[in-house]
Design a binder for this molecule. Structure first.
Ligand code: FAD
Length: 266
């Protein structure tokens, strides 16, 4: 079995999530998974962004596609080149502010991504505000954790704004209250960070359908539909189990037919 990973490390977004203070165990879990790969003799190739021809060259019987997701960028992102960053990038490598610089994180996701990015930026010296059109910041974090997440943000000095949208027009920058339509002008931010909704990174499955139509491709995790870590792990595990049991039945069928051929030859 071969595992191709574009980055120099395994773990994908879960590794990024594990950078959050208090989530050190995520990284321990990833290390344990890497150990499992080693002990099962999987050929792990890091730093290899695979395309359909790389995969076809391996002559696989089955491809499990776990390529994750990409941010779904709003059209106006591109009009503010240079001052717009993706939340994942900011978590991994926060830019250094020049003087007393301000950042606005636009959060459409409502989970841990924006809070983690906010803490990372605060730590680097930015003044940070999270703006979401959801009823409140971290609205999709489960009820056992949301209080702690919001408390930590407030204690770090992050301003939290629910039911709000960031707007930019020739008149300048403003926050719009999505319930009352009230418009509040704000100073131009030095940095805008997006914690966007995401799209499945599934282009490879289409390319593989053309390059090697006879090879089954099974999409798992965010590459099937962006959701969470448990979905990715469950689907990956199911794909592994069904692949190994179908390989076993292939092997049994092979040895059965070899045995039949042997008996027929006698
Ligand atoms: C800050 C943060 C906090 C989060 N918090 C939570 C949480 O609390 N609960 C939760 O359930 N989820 C959370 N998530 C989401 C969770 O991490 C993801 O849903 C999960 O990692 C998806 O796993 P995946 O394997 O499907 O995709 P990914 O983790 O995105 O991994 C995909 C991998 O495929 C590689 N890849 C892509 N294309 C290629 C290619 N062509 N060739 C080779 N390799 C390729 C990528 O480099 C990447 O390593 C969080 C994410 C972040 C960033």
């Amino acid at each position: 079995m071969t595992l191709l990973e574009a980055k120099p490390e395994l773990g994908g977004r879960a590794r990024t999530a594990g950078l959050r203070r208090g989530r050190e165990r995520w990284r321990l879990y990833l290390e344990w998974l890497a150990g499992e790969l080693r002990s099962h003799g999987v050929d792990v190739r890091l730093g290899q962004a695979a395309d359909a021809s790389d995969i076809a060259a391996l002559d696989p019987d089955l491809v499990i596609l776990a390529a994750g997701s990409r941010p779904r960028r709003a059209e106006w992102h591109d009009n503010h080149d240079g001052m717009v960053a993706d939340a994942d990038e900011v978590i991994v490598s926060p830019p250094q502010p020049r003087g007393s610089a301000s950042a606005i994180i636009v959060d459409q996701e409502g989970g841990f991504t924006a809070p983690t990015a906010a803490e990372s930026l605060c730590h680097a010296g930015w003044t940070v505000q999270i703006v979401t059109d959801l009823p409140f910041v971290a609205a999709k974090v489960d009820s056992t954790q949301v209080w702690f997440v919001r408390r930590r943000l407030k204690q770090a000095g992050v301003t939290l704004r629910g039911t709000s949208e960031l707007r930019h027009d020739p008149g300048g920058w403003a926050l719009v209250d999505t319930e009352s339509d009230e418009i509040s002008p704000v100073p131009a931010p030095d940095l805008i960070v997006y914690a966007d909704l995401r799209s499945a990174r599934d282009d490879l499955s289409r390319a593989l359908a053309e390059a090697v139509p006879q090879v089954p491709v099974r999409r798992v995790g965010d590459a099937l539909a962006p959701r969470g870590l448990l979905d990715a792990i469950t689907e990956g595990a199911r794909a592994g189990v069904s692949a190994s049991s179908s390989l076993r039945s292939h092997t049994l069928a092979d040895s059965g037919s070899r045995r039949r051929q042997h008996l027929e030859a006698r």
